[in-house]
Design a protein around this ligand. Structure first.
Ligand SMILES: *Cc1c(COP(=O)(O)O)cnc(C)c1O
Length: 376
């Protein structure tokens, strides 16, 4: 195979267990599997996640939820994003758990669930400072009462989402704590009217790492479970002691050397002639390019591992190919495997940083033409 993404399901399961140990046995794990499981394959991630003890899953689109149901996943599936009204029948058919931000949607769900003769679980989403989906904290008690009073709806949970939870910068810590406080107040106001908020959840990966007070009944860490436990900013508030969680990248991207050639001093390689040999050397042409998901912005800024040794990528990354500089003497052979990220190479986070993006984007952008090979 010219290029492949090895998905280490064993590592995913270890990551789930590491997170479970951190949050304790009474807190549940929801695995976000939106965007095809962050590029890993939603169904395979869901199956392995269940085996490792995950409670439920979260998707962005109705079709993503349907895919899990078609694959036999019976666990709750949270629908994080707002579906179009036309999609409500499919939400009900797939028995997804929508997050509800407003009366109109809650009412429409109640009507259609009633017509279908079912009781649909929904979670109330409160916007505490992300500025995206969710009702205002002031509207939360009223909307909660409305959901609880809707005969075809089951008020099964209450959620919010944090905007800067992965940052340990002082002002970001303060902002996250304010969001959590706002959420707690809204929860108290909901309970004060005799309505039970169901499963309470707020924590993304950053909050699992930095904000135990945001764990509540369930956490929703995505990137952490896929193997990336980065915290931004060193500048931590006193009293904050982020204990690292031992997680490993689940995805390992591999390609292979399809041609080896001698390059003479002064010769340039690839489009735009951005790299010129300063001395005689050997080039390995690798069968992977930006159309596979290796960011073009990483041109001349990344290195790959071949036979356990690290070699820089040189010249522009092309659509289907890139070039590694092997040096004048090399043991590398044609058809050797080249590890692009993960495994014994550096992770997608370092690659993303060099390419001026985030690791989320790098793993999600591994193209569907790259076969996923499941191991473990
Ligand atoms: C994607 C998403 C998450 C997971 O975020 P990570 O940063 O990957 O942990 C959690 N909650 C919501 C609402 C999301 O959209």
């Amino acid at each position: 195979m010219r290029v492949k993404a090895i998905i280490h399901l064993g590592l995913l399961m270890e990551n789930v267990r590491s997170v479970q140990r951190r949050i304790g046995p009474d807190c549940r794990i929801c695995i976000p599997v939106k965007a095809d499981g962050y590029g890993h394959g939603a169904l395979q991630i869901a199956r392995a996640g269940l085996e490792a003890g995950a409670f439920c899953f979260a998707v962005a689109g109705v079709d993503e939820g349907k895919e899990l149901r078609d694959g036999g996943i019976k666990a709750p599936v949270l629908l994080l994003s707002q579906p179009h009204p036309e999609e409500i029948p499919d939400v009900i058919k797939a028995f997804l758990t929508p997050l509800v931000s407003d009366y109109e949607f809650a009412g429409a769900l109640n009507t259609e669930a009633g017509a279908a003769g079912i009781r649909l679980p929904v979670h109330l989403k409160i916007d505490t400072g992300m500025g995206r989906m969710g009702c205002s904290p002031e509207d939360a008690p009223g909307l909660a009462r409305f959901i609880a009073g809707s005969p075809a709806l089951e008020y099964a949970g209450t959620a919010t989402h944090l905007a800067v939870a992965e940052s340990a910068a002082q002002d970001d810590i303060v902002y996250t704590r304010r969001q959590i406080e706002c959420f707690n107040k809204a929860l108290a106001a909901i309970r004060a009217q005799g309505v039970k908020p169901g499963i309470v959840h707020a924590a993304n990966s950053g909050a699992v790492l930095l904000h135990p007070e945001a764990w509540f009944d369930m956490v929703r860490p995505g990137i952490l479970l896929y193997g990336y436990g980065q915290i931004n900013e060193e500048d931590t508030l006193p009293g904050l002691s982020p204990k690292p969680i031992n997680v490993k990248p689940v995805m390992e991207l591999r390609s292979c050397v399809v041609l080896i050639k001698k390059v003479k001093k002064g010769e340039s390689l690839s489009y735009g002639r951005t790299w010129t040999a300063l001395a005689d050397t050997t080039a390995a042409i690798l069968s992977i390019g930006y159309a596979d998901g290796l960011p073009r912005a990483a041109s001349n800024k990344w290195q790959v591992v071949i036979r356990g040794k690290t070699y820089p990528l040189v010249g522009r990354i092309c659509m289907d190919l890139c070039i590694a500089d092997l040096g004048p003497e090399t043991e590398v052979c044609r058809w050797d495997e080249a590890i692009i990220f993960g495994g014994c190479a550096q992770g997608a986070a370092a690659l993303a940083e060099n390419a001026g993006t985030v690791h989320y984007e790098v793993i999600c952008n591994v193209n569907k033409r790259v076969p996923r090979i499941y191991e473990g």
